[in-house]
Design a protein around this ligand. Sequence first.
Ligand SMILES: [Zn+2]
Length: 207
Amino acid sequence: MPKYAATALFTAVFTAVVVSAFWIWFYSIVPEPRAEVVRSGTIVAVKPEKSPPVEVAQQVVVTPAGLAIPVVGVKATDLVDTYDAARGSGRRHDAIDIMAAEGTPVIAAADGTIEKLFFSNGGGGITIYERSTDPKWMYYYAHLSAYAPGLAEGQQVKRGQVIARVGHTGDASPSAPHLHFAINAMAQGERWWQGTAINPYPVLAGK
Ligand SMILES: [Zn+2]
């Protein structure tokens, strides 16, 4: 092999290695793009173009009632019945709190339609109201840190689909991020803020 060819080959290989190493290093220090939550008034919107596509969770625990436990990685035996726990000014909790690390994926408990994306400053924070397909039930997810990229009102979701991330928005403590999850029985014609609460605990825990 002529000397110039060997030099050219060496230069090509050397350059390729250096450039690859640079990009490997570059992607290791630059964080993944996160869903951007924009708040204007009480409406929360997500910019889908800045976000990765909606994902489906791998570890979905489906309960005997046919609902998925709505936080990835949580088992039925991890659940605690906090339905009757008192909340300020004589209010009842009417939901269960599922403790999980900030950012843990929140998944749809059942097939349904995203009926309302609502921001409640002093209460649930970033919330989702999902109506069951039949449409007799409303599933309520609160204290979220972010919606799943592209999530929108009117969108149909499947049981186990990632719809949000656990957080502590609203009146939840930053030191105890959790999903506040409620199930409301909906009479015909009732709107997203109406309905009658049932205890999600026995449904999710299979008791
Ligand atoms: Zn709660």
